[in-house]
Design a protein around this ligand. Structure first.
Ligand SMILES: N=CN[C@@H](CCC(=O)O)C(=O)O
Ligand SMILES: [Zn+2]
Length: 413
C-alpha cells in the first residue's frame, strides 16, 4: 500500500545520511524541502521531492496537505511513564515552599511512588501507563525510552519492566526499556546503601537479563542517592549482561559522575543542570550524548542545562521529556522544544534536531527514526496550517499538531 502526500508546505528534516549525531554548527541546519511531496509504502518512507518536478510518483492513495508541514515524530529518549498514581500532594508541598530534596528526606519522592506501585496490580499499572503512552503519541512522540525504578524490589522492578514489555508488544512505536533499579534507596535499606546496590546487581539484574526485559541500564548518580562507586558498579554490571548505560547525572550536583560516565563511554548522560568545566572536557573526549530535560527544570525551578555551552563544545546534544510523577509530570515534547528555545536559548532548528535525530542516537534508533529518510519508518507529524516551523516552539502551549502517523498509518487511539 502506497500513500502520496502532496502540497506539503515544507517537509522538514530530510536527510539521506544519518550516520553521526549532529554537533556544533551542524545543529543549526534543519534540511527541508519547500512545496514538497512524500511517498510512503506500508510502514516505510519510500521517497520525497519537490512538487514542481511534475513527475509525481503514482500511489494507491493521494492526500493533499494544502500547505501543512510534515516533520519526523519526536523521539523521547528519557521517560518514566510506567508509574502508579501521582504525587499531587508533593506538588502542593512544593508550592508551599518545600524543596524536592526536603520532600524526599521526609519519605516522599521516588520511594513514595515505589510504595504506590508496590500496591498496584500489573493490570492496573499497565492501564495507567498505556494512557500516558497514547497521550504522548497524540502529542507527536513516535519513539520512546521507558525506565523502571519505581519498584525498588525484585518483584516490583520486574512488574514495571514486564509492563514496558507489554507496551512494546501492543504499540508499534519503537520502545527501549531501561533498568533503573538504582533509582533510590528503599526505606528498608537506609544505612545499608551498599547492600541495596549489591542486591540490585546480584539479584534483580540477572533476573531482568534472564527475561530479556531491558535494553539499557541506568543509575541516579547524585548526592543522597548513588555515589561514584555505585555508579561504576552499575555500569560494569550492566556490561556483563550486554547492557549499555544511560545515566542520571549532574541534576543537583557535579561531583565526577560525568567524568566517570564519559570515561566508560556510556550511551548518554541525562539531566546536566549543574555543569563544571571538567564535565565539558570529559564529554568532548567521548561519544556520549548529552541529554537535557528542560521540563524538569521548569517544574522544579532548578537551573536549565547549559545547552549553548554543550553545543559550543561540540558535544552531541539531545532533548527529552523526563515524563515522571515527581519532577516532570508531562511528556509533551512540543513544550520541551519551546522551553529549550525560550530558556536554553537555542534556535528552533537546533531544538528540532535535538528532539529528533540526535534523540534517536541517544536510544540507538538512528536507522529507524529521527529524520525523513528513505527506508526509515513512516513516523511523522502533520501540523496544522502554521506560518513557519518556528511557530511550533514560538506558540508554546498551543497544540499545532493535526495528525500523527505511526508506521505509515494515522494514529487513532
Ligand atoms: N532524578 C531522578 N529521577 C527522576 C525523578 C524521579 C521522581 O521524582 O519521581 C528524574 O529524572 O527527574
Ligand atoms: Zn529521569
Amino acid at each position: 500500500m502506497t500513500t502520496l502526500f502532496t502540497h506539503i508546505k515544507s517537509l522538514l528534516q530530510t536527510r539521506e545520511e544519518t550516520e553521526k549525531p549532529l554537533i556544533g554548527e551542524e545543529l543549526r541546519d534543519l534540511p527541508h524541502i519547500d512545496n514538497a511531496w512524500l511517498l510512503i509504502e506500508d510502514d516505510k518512507i519510500k521517497g520525497y521531492g519537490v512538487m514542481e518536478d511534475d513527475n509525481l510518483p503514482t500511489a494507491d492513495k493521494i492526500m493533499n496537505l494544502e500547505g501543512r508541514y510534515i516533520l519526523p515524530t519526536w523521539v523521547d529518549s528519557h521517560t518514566h511513564i510506567v508509574y502508579a498514581g501521582n504525587r499531587e500532594q508533593e506538588f502542593v508541598d512544593r508550592i508551599k515552599g518545600l524543596t524536592y530534596e526536603e520532600i524526599a528526606n521526609r519519605g516522599g519522592g521516588i520511594v513514595n511512588s515505589a510504595k504506590t506501585l508496590g500496591d498496584t496490580s500489573f493490570e492496573d499499572l499497565y492501564a495507567q501507563s498505556e494512557e500516558r503512552l497514547k497521550e504522548v503519541i497524540k502529542l507527536g512522540t513516535g519513539a520512546v525510552e521507558i525506565k523502571s525504578g519505581y519498584g525498588l524490589t525484585k518483584e516490583a522492578e520486574l512488574k514495571m519492566l514486564r509492563v514496558i514489555q507489554k507496551l512494546k508488544e501492543n504499540y508499534k512505536i519503537p520502545i527501549k526499556s531501561t533498568f533503573l533499579g538504582a533509582h533510590a534507596i528503599p526505606k528498608e535499606y537506609k544505612g545499608k546503601e551498599k547492600a541495596y546496590v549489591k542486591m540490585v546487581i546480584e539479584d534483580i539484574l540477572p533476573a531482568v537479563a534472564e527475561e530479556k526485559l531491558a535494553d539499557y541500564i541506568d543509575v541516579f548518580c547524585e548526592k543522597g542517592y548513588f555515589d561514584l562507586e555505585d555508579t561504576e558498579n552499575m555500569i560494569e554490571a550492566g556490561k556483563k549482561f550486554g547492557l549499555k548505560s544511560k545515566i542520571h547525572v549532574n541534576q543537583f550536583n557535579s561531583f565526577g559522575g560525568i567524568q566517570l560516565a564519559a570515561e566508560k563511554n556510556v550511551l548518554s548522560v541525562d539531566h546536566l543542570e549543574e555543569m563544571k568545566f571538567e564535565d565539558y572536557k570529559s564529554l568532548k573526549k567521548s561519544e556520549t550524548i548529552a541529554v537535557a530535560l528542560p521540563s524538569c527544570s521548569f517544574y522544579l525551578g532548578i537551573p536549565y542545562s547549559p545547552a549553548r555551552e554543550i553545543i559550543k563544545n561540540d558535544i552531541p546534544f539531545a532533548l527529552a521529556s523526563d515524563f515522571n510523577p515527581g519532577s516532570t509530570p508531562s511528556g509533551n515534547m512540543n513544550f520541551v522544544i519551546s522551553l529549550a528555545c525560550i530558556k536554553m536559548k537555542i534556535t528552533p532548528e537546533e531544538a528540532i534536531n535535538a528532539a529528533t535525530l540526535n534523540a534517536a542516537f541517544a536510544m540507538e534508533l538512528q536507522d529507524e527514526v529521527g529524520s525523513i529518510t528513505t527506508g526509515k519508518k513512516a513516523n511523522f507529524i502533520i501540523t496544522d496550517r502554521i506560518p513557519s516551523f518556528g511557530f511550533l516552539p514560538y506558540a508554546f502551549g498551543t497544540n499545532s499538531i493535526d495528525e500523527v502517523w505511526i508506521n505509515g498509518k494515522k494514529f487513532e487511539s
